[in-house]
Structure formats: structure tokens, C-alpha cells
Design a protein around this ligand. Structure first.
Ligand code: HEC
Ligand code: HEC
Length: 302
């Protein structure tokens, strides 16, 4: 609060406090002119109503005075009187910092217990799973969905299936999270010719046994050589390039003929941000433990 507004607020508070103090002093003393019939003599509504007047009851004055003193005491001890910080030094920021510090200390103690433990072991610890889930919801769910099953609109893969674009061992997953990943597939529609796009797309569908046009797939097979450079001869994928498997029926960007034709024509560029600045290795192992625990048959995969 700049000094003008601070002074203005102080002025208003003092003015009000002064007027109120004056009323406390004056009200019990003031003489009220009362007629013999107990009214002020003031007549309303053509004589139907006559105005009476009573002193304030004592309990009311005492209660008001107590609140008045409480208000002054409050403004002395806590912030509220212009820029005066209050004698107790209390502030909402201070309160928040204190709560955060207590929280951080508790969390650090718990996290220290997890240090160096592999995700497979952490996955058996309910507290690790609880923290892993919280970290995932706070940092990852926006793209990978709350369920970790991915979002084809963003090209964010399902993280609880057995399919990993960049490698599914603990170390590769940790690298994906800490350093981020960017898979780039260039648009190839022009390179292979518009007429051939549907053929290649049908061939891609045939790799996973998805419904396709066999004649077109056969015609598209030779063109797949362009794709094989990154996706592998049998569409087995290449974790070094982040080129996904095309021979399973798991699709990051959505399956079906149309989606695959769109990939070929437009390419893709998925961006997984790096989390190094916000999460450390310990956090990441705890997240991986939670992801593992969410996958069906996860014990078989650990
Ligand atoms: C801004 C969106 C976004 C956020 C937030 C995000 N991711 Fe990702 N993530 C992606 C995208 C997109 C990819 C795919 C990158 C690619 O292959 O091009 C990806 C890929 C991954 C992969 C590699 C998957 C594989 O199949 O190899 C892992 C693991 C992963 N993310 C985990 C996480 C975790 C854990 C968090 C939270 C700490 C997180 N992500 C937060 C968008 C995001
Ligand atoms: C230069 C390497 C490269 C070439 C060549 C390439 N791709 Fe890709 N492709 C990728 C990468 C990398 C991704 C993942 C991109 C991302 O994560 O955003 C991808 C993704 C895809 C996807 C999406 C997979 C999913 O799970 O949703 C399809 C489908 C695909 N490519 C088909 C093809 C076809 C068909 C061809 C040949 C016409 C081809 N690609 C050629 C690198 C390549």
C-alpha cells in the first residue's frame, strides 16, 4: 500500500474511532426532551403515530464498547491500520511460508526413505504410490490424462500399457521424464505421392492385422521402405528416434485409416517437456512406481 492510501485509511479509521468514542461519551449524557406523556412530541401520519424515545440499554453500551476496544486491539496487533504491520508481525505470507516449511520437512523425511530404491520395490509401498500419484496428477495429468492412458490430440502416449516409444525400462522412462522427448515425423504425403498415401496407410494397418483393403496394402508395401527407415522393416519401431511401433494396435495419435493417412500427410511433432528443473530422480522413481502399479499385469512387467 503506498503511503497516500495508507495515510488515507489511517485517517478514516481514526476519524471513525474518534466519532464512535465521542458517541460513547455523549450518548449517556445527552438530555432528551420528553413530554409528559413520555413521547418527544413529534407526531407522525396525521396524529396516528407519536414518537417515543428511550435511552440505549446499558448491556448494549457495554457490548458495543467491548467490541470497540477489541477492534482497536486488533488493529494494533494485526495488519489492517493502513501500512502498520501489527505488533505481532503476523502476515498471510508468513503463515503460508510456515505451513510450506512444515510440509516440505515432512515430505523430505518421507522422500528420504525412498532414496535409491528401485520402482519395483516402491510399487509395493502404499505411501510411495500415494505420493507418486499426487506428483503425476500435479505435473503430468494435464497431457497424459488423470488415468495416465494418454491423449491422442496431444500425441501424449498411454503410460500404463506395455508399449513404450522411447524404451520401457526404468532408466529410459526416467530419461524421458527428466530430459523430455521430442519425436519428429516429417510430412511425407508429397514424397510418396498423394495417390499412394491410402495404399501405404492400408499396408500399415495390415501390419497389426487391423481391418484393411488387401489390394491397396499390397500396392503400398514397396512404398513402406520410406517409412521403414525410421519405423523398422516390420514396423517394430525405433526407440532411438522415438518412432513408435506400427505393428502393434496401439496408437498414440489415434488408429484407423484416416488418422494414419493424416500422419503421413501432415507428419507429427510430439513434445514431452523436460522435468529436471521441477522433479529429481527420487520423485521420478516414485512416479514410475505409481505408473507400474496402474498397469494391468504390472507385476509381470516389473
Ligand atoms: C505438455 C504435455 C505433457 C506433459 C505435461 C507431460 N508429458 Fe509426457 N509426453 C508428452 C508427449 C507429447 C509425449 C510423446 C513425445 C514423443 O514421443 O514425441 C510424452 C512422452 C512421455 C513418455 C515417453 C513414453 C514412451 O512411450 O516412451 C513418458 C515416460 C512420459 N511422457 C512421462 C511423463 C510424466 C511422468 C510426466 C509428468 C512428470 C509427463 N510425461 C508430463 C506430453 C507431456
Ligand atoms: C524420419 C523418421 C520417420 C519417417 C521416415 C516416418 N516416420 Fe512415422 N513417425 C516418426 C516419429 C518420430 C513418430 C512419432 C512422432 C511423435 O511422437 O510426435 C512417428 C509417428 C507415426 C505414426 C503415429 C503412430 C501412433 O502411435 O499414433 C504413424 C501412423 C506413422 N508415423 C506412420 C508412418 C508412415 C506410414 C511412414 C512412411 C510413409 C512414416 N511414418 C515415416 C518418424 C518417422
Amino acid at each position: 500500500m503506498n503511503s497516500f492510501w495508507s495515510m488515507w485509511v489511517m485517517f478514516l479509521v481514526l476519524l471513525n474511532a474518534g466519532i464512535t468514542a465521542f458517541l460513547f461519551w455523549w450518548a449517556p449524557r445527552v438530555r432528551i426532551p420528553v413530554q409528559e406523556d413520555g413521547t418527544t412530541g413529534h407526531v407522525w401520519a396525521h396524529g396516528v403515530l407519536r414518537e417515543g424515545m428511550h435511552r440505549l440499554p446499558r448491556w448494549w453500551i457495554i457490548a458495543s464498547a467491548a467490541m470497540y476496544l477489541f477492534g482497536i486491539g486488533y488493529l494494533l496487533l494485526y495488519p489492517g491500520f493502513g501500512a502498520h504491520k501489527g505488533l505481532l508481525g503476523w502476515s498471510a505470507h508468513g503463515e503460508h511460508d510456515l505451513a510450506t516449511a512444515v510440509n516440505d520437512a515432512n515430505l523430505a523425511e518421507t522422500m528420504a526413505r525412498f532414496k535409491g530404491l528401485p520402482p519395483a520395490q516402491l510399487a509395493a509401498d502404499p505411501e510411495a504410490l500415494r505420493i507418486g500419484e499426487r506428483l503425476f496428477v500435479d505435473n503430468c495429468a494435464a497431457c497424459h490424462e488423470r488415468s495416465a492412458r494418454g491423449n491422442p490430440l496431444l500425441g501424449a502416449p498411454n503410460l500404463v500399457d506395455a508399449d513404450w516409444t522411447w524404451g520401457g525400462d526404468d532408466a529410459s522412462i526416467a530419461t524421458s521424464i527428466l530430459d523430455g522427448r521430442q519425436g519428429v515425423m516429417p510430412p511425407l504425403g508429397e514424397a510418396i505421392g498423394a495417390a499412394k498415401v491410402a495404399d501405404v496407410a492400408n499396408y500399415v494397418l495390415s501390419l497389426s492385422g487391423a481391418p484393411h483393403d488387401a489390394a491397396k496394402a499390397a500396392a503400398g508395401a514397396p512404398e513402406f521402405a520410406v517409412c521403414a527407415a525410421c519405423h523398422g522393416q516390420q514396423g517394430e519401431g525405433n526407440p532411438l528416434l522415438g518412432a513408435p511401433k506400427l505393428a502393434d494396435s496401439i496408437w498414440t495419435w489415434g488408429g484407423g485409416l484416416e488418422a494414419i493417412e493424416k500422419r503421413i500427410n501432415e507428419g507429427t511433432h510430439g513434445v514431452m517437456p523436460a522435468w529436471k528443473s521441477r522433479l529429481d530422480e527420487n520423485d521420478v522413481r516414485v512416479i514410475i512406481a505409481w505408473l507400474r502399479s496402474q498397469a494391468p499385469n504390472h507385476l509381470a512387467r516389473l
